[in-house]
Write a protein that binds this ligand. Structure first.
Ligand SMILES: [Zn+2]
Length: 360
């Protein structure tokens, strides 16, 4: 059972529409209403964004085949947010996308890639490590005990075991995973078409450490998790309202220009979107729910609104953001978006373990 309430604005109801085109029309209206309600509902207490690792990703997936480049890989940078918000009269701490960089390498796709590239190239030369969730937390003046929640946009390449434990409490002894029920179920019983993107057994953590969600939720003033299904069944996005306006964190697109392909200067992307009649270009490594992924990206774009730094592009902070690199000539992003850090993080640890708080 979650203690969080659904977001106001009608997105949950819009998702129940069975016809995809009508569903998209309803989602557009609900996204604008949701944005307005989020703006009325206050601002985040504090939020900071941290780089984790820059790594290769297939070009053909990054823009759904739209980018015209002979280079097989783009480079992307994983990022994590530390977010604090008021909930139940207490300031609480969320880590969004705290990827366990070492354990993630066991995701089947990347394990296979390492075999074909060789260990040195795939481990030492190509990735650039910027910091770990633990090191960023420490630099922010927080301790692992302070973390109340961890959440991911989805569970591709994630391994939760070091964070949430098994026999022991894990590195974050007070944290629970916030995850959509559909995401949790599919990640625990993988279809062969999905399995390549997951870490085998990476989700084997005690159920008591998991809080299942059944749709969008408001975590506190200025902080929400949006249901942005499609890339995976239970995909979600973080929305944060700051003095600069709202922004949305997602992996549905690899760059802000994925949401505004008409302004992309990457060869092929604009023409691809025009030819196919697309308003957004999917990060397309999964195909089973692409119509929903497209609709989710429209929701994200409308909830986020324009970037405060360049209103040509939406305030979309990709959780894996396309990154300029000598390894990927011609595939540098036209515009990048890193939200400004806001507020001050404060220690929030309580001595009470989740078991004692009566976690679901
Ligand atoms: Zn993914």
């Amino acid at each position: 059972m979650t203690t969080f309430s659904p977001l106001a604005g009608g997105l949950r109801e819009a998702w129940t529409e069975p016809l995809p085109a009508e569903r998209l029309r309803k989602l557009r209206r609900a996204a604008l209403a949701t944005r307005a309600r989020l703006l009325e509902g206050g601002r985040v207490a504090s939020c900071s964004t941290h780089k984790l690792v820059t790594f290769p990703y297939p070009t053909r997936y990054a823009f759904s085949g739209g980018a015209l480049s002979p280079m097989p890989f783009v480079m992307m940078t994983n990022r994590m947010q530390i977010v604090q918000f008021e909930h139940e009269q207490r300031r609480q701490t969320l880590l969004f996308n705290p990827s366990d960089l070492e354990a993630n390498r066991a995701a089947t796709y990347y394990a296979n890639l390492a075999r074909s590239f060789g260990e040195y190239l795939s481990r030492s030369l190509i990735p650039t490590y910027h910091g770990t969730p633990e090191s960023h937390l420490e630099a922010a003046g927080l301790s692992p005990d302070d973390v109340d929640f961890i959440a991911f946009d989805h569970l591709h390449v994630q391994d939760l075991r070091r964070w949430l434990g098994g026999p022991g409490p894990g590195l974050f002894p007070n944290a629970r995973l916030l995850v959509m029920r559909d995401e949790w179920r599919t990640a625990r019983d993988l279809h062969p078409m999905n399995a390549v993107w997951y870490v085998p057994r990476g989700c084997e953590v005690p159920e008591a450490r998991v809080e299942l969600l059944d749709g969008d939720v408001r975590l506190g003033p200025g902080v929400a998790l949006l249901d942005t299904r499609g890339h995976t069944r239970g995909n979600m996005s973080l929305c944060v309202v700051t003095p600069d306006g709202p922004f949305v964190v997602s992996e549905n697109g690899v760059a802000p220009e994925s949401y505004a392909p008409e302004h992309s200067r990457i060869a092929g992307v604009k023409a691809f979107a025009e030819q196919m009649g697309l308003e957004v270009v999917l990060n397309g490594n999964t195909r089973e729910d692409s119509l929903d992924q497209y609709s989710s990206m429209i929701v994200e774009k409308l909830v986020a609104g324009p970037s405060p730094f360049d209103p040509t592009f939406p305030a979309l902070a990709p959780s894996s953001e396309l990154t300029a690199s000598v390894f990927a000539p011609g595939l540098a992003p036209t515009f990048t978006f890193t939200p400004r850090d806001v507020g001050h993080h404060v220690r929030t640890a309580t001595r009470v373990r989740p078991e004692a708080r009566g976690a679901a």
